[in-house]
Design a protein around this ligand. Structure first.
Ligand code: FAD
Ligand code: NAD
Length: 481
């Protein structure tokens, strides 16, 4: 067994772990990064954000090509070479994870491939491909991420049952696919499969898709999904799945409110699908072997408890990313990484963002940041909402995508921007300006006075600020006196 010491051990090399390791190395620390994969990357690069976005990009191109006949250009129906599509996605993953591995080497971060077991408050053992290592550390950052949640009624051992990991492997394009869960993963992967040719049905147990997002944003997406998907069932649960010769027989149960999905005709509460994709949330990987040898505490939801600096109950150990709490998003993990490293360096860093952007990469995309309108109402805040419909945007019309809306959630008295929500093609790129505005304490006046390039979708942010004053150039909506 090899013995080694390090100033900082980072356990888990996802966007939380590798960002922490790299930043600590940049600040002059001696760092060891541990993960079971060959290279850093974590769920995000290997089986999350990156492969899903590669497939969604292809889906968007197919969709645009189909739609081009409306502009007088016909390409014919796309011919799918699924092996080539799979290898495109794999190349994207390999390029990025290999690149991050190179960057680790350049920074002299020691990367150990293996499974780690904590053996005390300042030590761990790593069972590696090239032998075992006993590692003593001054500090440790736990960044072990999360895994797909499992539901007993959906526990069936069959290759026809998929989670996000197997779904992203693209085993085939099934003739029919049931997606269980109308959240981020269900809608993103549902979009991929439906565009590639599957008849996709979605079942969501709550009253609406994407429960955390404002309803006016979701309704823009839902209108389009109702044409892409063959069925959307709301207020409905799957109570049983059983394998048959030709597929999975699924039994549904609607709650008292009824299904309510407008594309959900009254129909059988049983249906056979070629495949089922389960995307009902993720659970934190806090069952780290040997965690009990430390004073680290785990809350009832399974997240590791931390303070504002991401320090756990064990003074030398920090936790960041999915394992340390919601929202389970890559950019939140990377930001926490910087806070934890600075705290370890003795700086007065704290994790208290005013806004964490969220983007659902469907078509149209849904993006929001800061306070949602629903949260503001729940909190009884005195707000005003200013909305700019994309039907009045020159850019949206040139790309034939007037199906969008940009809205600001503003403090009624001061006009300070508290939240931004966008539904529309490319909303994910636009939301960054909203996050910056919130973090800088900008007001509607600031946004209105900032010259935005024409014709771009970014103008919808400026014009929604103009709507607040009743002075939008392209929307006639005088301010009520
Ligand atoms: P992870 O990325 O989960 O990495 C944790 C790592 O720790 C893993 O590599 C694991 O192997 C390793 N590990 C765990 N335990 C041990 C151990 N004992 N020993 C050694 N190694 C260990 N987020 C976004 O912001 N944008 C998106 O577009 C997006 N798309 C997604 C799509 C899908 C299909 C999925 C599943 C997730 C998506 N997410 C997205 C969420 C995002 O992937 C996570 O929020 C992010 O990966 C969390 O980063 P992390 O560093 O906390 O951990
Ligand atoms: P999610 O929480 O986004 O959505 C799960 C959905 O499943 C919810 O709407 C929930 O009400 C529903 N649900 C739960 N149990 C159910 C049941 N038994 N039957 C029917 N519906 C049920 O979770 P997800 O889609 O699995 O994604 C996990 C997390 O990964 C996300 O919350 C997000 O943090 C992250 N993620 C982010 C992105 C992105 O940033 N674009 C993409 C994918 C995943």
């Amino acid at each position: 067994m090899a013995r080694d010491t390090t100033q900082l051990a980072v356990l888990g090399a996802g966007p939380g772990g590798y960002a922490a390791a790299f930043y600590a190395a940049d600040l002059g620390m001696q760092v060891t990064l541990v993960d079971e994969e060959k290279n850093p990357g974590g769920v995000c690069l290997y089986r999350g954000c990156i492969p899903s976005k590669a497939l969604l990009h292809v889906a968007k191109v197919i969709d645009e090509a189909r739609h081009a006949s409306a502009w007088g250009v016909s390409f014919g129906e796309p011919k799918l070479d699924i092996n080539k599509l799979r290898s495109f996605k794999q190349n994207v993953v390999d390029k990025l994870t290999g690149g991050v591995g190179q960057v680790a080497k350049m920074r002299k971060v020691r990367f150990i491939q293996g499974r780690a077991t904590l053996t005390g408050p300042q030590s761990m053992k790593i069972a590696g491909a090239s032998g075992d290592t006993e590692l003593q550390f001054e500090h440790c950052i736990l960044a072990t991420g999360s895994s797909p949640s499992r539901v007993p009624s959906l526990a069936l051992d069959s290759p026809r049952m998929m989670d996000s990991t197997s779904g992203l492997e693209l085993p085939e394009v099934p003739a029919s696919l049931l997606v269980v869960g109308g959240g981020y993963i269900g809608l993103e992967l549902g979009t991929v499969y439906a565009t590639l040719g599957s008849k996709v049905s979605v079942v969501e147990m709550t009253a609406g898709l994407l429960p955390g997002a404002d309803r006016d944003l979701v309704s823009v997406l839902q209108k389009r999904l109702e044409t892409l998907f063959s069925r959307i069932m709301l207020n409905t649960k799957v109570v049983k799945v059983a394998e048959e010769n030709n597929g999975i027989r699924v039994t549904f149960e609607a709650n008292e409110q009824g299904r309510g999905g407008s594309s959900d005709p009254p129909g059988p509460s049983e249906q056979v699908f070629d495949r089922v994709l389960v995307a009902v949330g993720r659970r934190p990987n806090s069952n780290i072997p040997g965690l009990e040898t430390t004073a680290v505490k785990v809350d009832p939801k399974g997240f590791i408890e931390t303070d504002g600096q991401r320090r756990t109950a064990e003074p030398a150990i920090f936790a960041i990313g999915d394992v340390a709490g919601e929202p389970m998003l890559a950019h939140k993990a990377s930001h926490e990484a910087r806070v934890a490293v600075e705290a370890i360096q003795g700086h007065r860093a704290v994790f208290e963002p005013l806004a964490i952007p969220a983007v659902v990469f469907t078509d149209p995309e849904i993006a929001w940041t800061g306070l949602t309108e629903a949260q503001a109402q729940t909190e009884g805040r005195d707000i005003e909402v200013a909305k700019f419909p994309w039907a009045a945007s020159g850019r949206a019309i040139t790309i034939d995508r007037p199906d969008g809306v940009t809205k600001l959630v503003l403090d009624k008295k001061t006009g300070r921007i508290l939240g931004v929500g966008i539904a529309g093609s490319g909303a994910g790129e636009l939301i960054a300006e909203g996050t910056l505005a919130i973090e800088m304490g900008a007001t509607a006046e600031d946004l209105k006075m900032t010259i935005h390039p024409h014709p771009t979708l970014s103008e919808t942010l400026m014009e929604s600020a103009e709507v607040f004053f009743g002075q939008s150039t392209h929307v006639y909506k005088p301010k009520r006196k």
